[in-house]
Design a protein around this ligand. Sequence first.
Ligand code: KIV
Length: 263
Amino acid sequence: MLNVNSFRKMKKNGEKIVMMTAYDAVTSTIAEQSGVEMLLVGDSMANSILGYKNTIALSLDESVFHTSAVRRGAPNTFVVADMPFMTYQNTESEALKNAARYLQVCDANAVKIEGGDANTVALISRMTSCGIPVVGHIGLQPQKLLTSGTYKVAGRTEEDAARLVAEAKAIEEAGAFALVLECMPEAVAKIITESIDIPTIGIGAGIYCDGQVQVITDVLGMGSFIPKHAKQYANLNQIIAQAVGSYVDEVKNKKFPTIDNSF
Ligand code: KIV
């Protein structure tokens, strides 16, 4: 299995890193077989598959439950657990205890936390000094939705871009082994990627990042809308609706089951 050093090496060698979210064992198995190198059990599961309106509502228990399932389906893939809102911002000891649960109970390889402010950087430093591998996450931070009011591209002004570069450097210094860059101008992501030695994994951050991460329901065309930064590689909404519709139709019209499906 790849480890934290593998990703740094991939950056050094100019080899792109493929990360994708997964929330269950069925899809993590397919992702592992398809060559995804890093699985993110994103808190995006809240709105992608659990029916919440945003990521704020997701609990630690729900995330732990899904992270364990992802690991069971993909025993040989590097798994990153995304720590939900307020599971790491309260006290340091609570954050460490919650992060350790992912490593010890779910057999995850690392945790991801959002933010580049001084408190988050200090927490990353403490986590890594305890032996907890951390992926940072800057730019658009969905867990800040209620204070920002809207999902907004970060780093559009010179000042904000400089803030992002400084945050990235501080997160690397604190010991994170990778950094997610969400929704920022490609030029800013390029500067960040060239300014740090740990790999950047972009979503809506352009081509110059060391890797890319996508949300599985966007890739499969299962969401209610596809964000600008995503690419839909299939239309499962349509395929599933057709299959389920055919099943309903055949039961109603006594075409299923046939003798082949009976004992
Ligand atoms: O939860 C998630 O899916 C994420 C990605 C958008 C990086 O954090």
